[in-house]
Design a protein around this ligand. Sequence first.
Ligand code: ZN
Length: 809
Amino acid sequence: MSQKLRFSLMLLLTPLWLLAQVKLAENGQALAEIVLPAESPWLLHYAAEELQTHLQKLSGAEFSLVEKSSGKLPIYLGEKAALEAGLSIDGLPGDGFLISVTKNAIHIAGRDNPSRNPLGFFHLFYDETKRGTLLGVYKFLEKFGILWVAPHYTHIPQQATLLLPESQERISPSFAHRRGVTGWDFMSVFPDAKEYCQTVNDIYKWALHLRFSNRSMAGGAHSQHYLKLKNVWQDYPERFMMSSDGIRNFDYLCWTDPAVTEFWIKAAEAYFSGLGPEAAGLKGLKPYLNSKWPYPFFSEDEFMVEPHDESGSTDGRCRCPRCNAFREQHPCPDDSEIIWQVVVAVAEKIKEKFPGKFIATTVYPPKMEMPKTVKIPDNVRVCICTSGPKEVATPNRLESDLELIRNWEGLVGAANLPIRAYQCMVFARRLPGPPETHPHLTDVYLRKIKPLAAGMFLEMHSLTFTYHWMDTYILARLMWDQNLSVDDELKAFFAAAYGPAAEPARELFARFEENWVKLWRQNYPDVRRDGPAALGMGGGKGSFQDFQKNTWREVYHPQEMQAIDERIQKIESLCAGHPVYSKHARLLREQIFNVMQMERSEVMDKEERRSKIRLEMLNIPMPEGSFPSESAWDGAVAQPLRAASRLKPQLQAGGSFKVLRSGEKLFVKADFEEPLLSGSKTKKGRQIGDKNIWQDNDTELFIYAPATNTFWQFVINDEGKWAANCLENRPGQWKAYPGVEISCRATPGGWQMLASIPLAGFGKGEWRFNLTRCRMVEGTAPEYSTWSELTMRGNWHEPDNYGTIVFKD
Ligand SMILES: [Zn+2]
């Protein structure tokens, strides 16, 4: 900038800047006070406390909370005070608010739930539609540089003098629908949850700080399933799906039956009239939270009409003559045309009787196509499930997704089109370990969908929260305000979270993002998709096992792992001594790098490790039909069990077992510690062969012969009831296994299992073996343990993880 230009800019700006400043505190003394009458709603009291606490932390000044102005600069909260000052919140969308700063008064106001009782943070996060002032307070505090970095850590830049320019702002989010943080199950899902939150309320509070939206838009799915129609329509089999073999399946509906349409209309009308499900003829449904209806019927404005999820055994499509005839008349690759007829019929009725209310539904099998035989009224919200931001790395695939979104936007309009996307290749352990972090892809994606959709629910799954902490923060910031620069946001985040190590930490995550793009492109050829959306993960090259191997071989190879290790070492040394930054550095190592190492090793070093896991089995002479004596057992080595979760390596209740062989029989004696045996969750009255025994407090034996692909699982509960599962063709088939004798008994402090199993059914060649335990007792979380150290929850049935039996005479 030339000197002349700089000078003229100063002339232009300085006087305005001087005139417009409002002072809230000076040299650690408060010049303002928060004014709130005692009879105000609870939400405003909570907002006032939040404001007071943070202003004090910012400036060191004591801000009073008063009922009436005492002459200091008053800060008013809520619509009532705003109206008295001639400020209106009319026209602001949900979660919008106004902030007015003048020399005489400050106002922060949005729509607020008028309740004077505490609302609870679960409710505020998930369901409250009127919480504008609280969100306004959080935005107001950001004006002083506050950043809501993490649930456990807010960045508060101290300043003894608090200054703000005069302003009048009406602020609303860029997207109405802004979701992406794990809620109610946060504490149990993430092994590092306690590093971030003391209780689950801390995650709700963080989400409110970051102004994620509630779940009021197309929040539920598979709504039909929750209405349990099979309980009330026993006399009407024709209303249910007819399978191709002519048999009715009571989990699914016949969507061309007029009674089905009538039912949905009646149900939606009852719902919006404030009546319970009985008014629609339903019975025995458990109300969800404040709703009279079961989950997922909880939104004030929406009722979801949606078929039950298809399962592996059926496509959920009715083959009755009427449905077949409809299909012939209106050809469609799936049942979109059939089901949309019903959705539209319900929506038209609701539009007429309950203006302002919505019918929600999703683009999900068997309803993936765009309907051509009906015109969708403007009170229908459609949730599209797509792969989401990661597709930005593959432009042709992205274009297929965008085209689909554009087409739907044309049918229902952007405001009625929330997107559900997935940042979760780790889900079901498809690709565990490599960080799925890509803030820049998310930024581009949000810009692409801005004109097309109401926003996004980015469903995130990761092995630890540390993996997607930053992505969650950035997602919230960008969905709230599209004008932010992702690079500025990243700089600010890393500076606040890692202090002196901000730059190496930013570079580390940039490297993770670059690597993500590399591995994604390696496995997902960038080819345009024809037809409807894939639900996210479709289109990969090989199996997920190949994906994992390629990732660890080609992208996160040993040199790359070493480079990451070195970068984290640098971050650790720069952060040393600072309580918050060094904690964050430690989390990078413990909750990302070490987890990556373990996952990498599981894929790459497994066979070598497996070959060292051996179970020596003595062959003892013994009369046919008898069981080994105590002294015979004394000669066998006790094999201890270990935790089947790497992230919780300490077992609460241990156990061990011994094996012996005599002739053509395998003998197993297992002893399990169990201080809570009286609270066993074993279902009483089970019979041998019950295929649900795995749900009990149980132990399981696995024997696999690779040469003959013979694979048996024996599931044994603490009462000695058992079932055998033949796993040759998984998911397996429950079958009789003749000649097995099993008994269990309580022991001091635990229980014991004795088994005698004929070897004849085990196949030929090498035998692989594992013994596991699922501890299911009241008063503590389920605990899984295993003999083979390679077996972890999630790979229970993979014989690549079992040890090898070695016979000894
Ligand atoms: Zn039918």
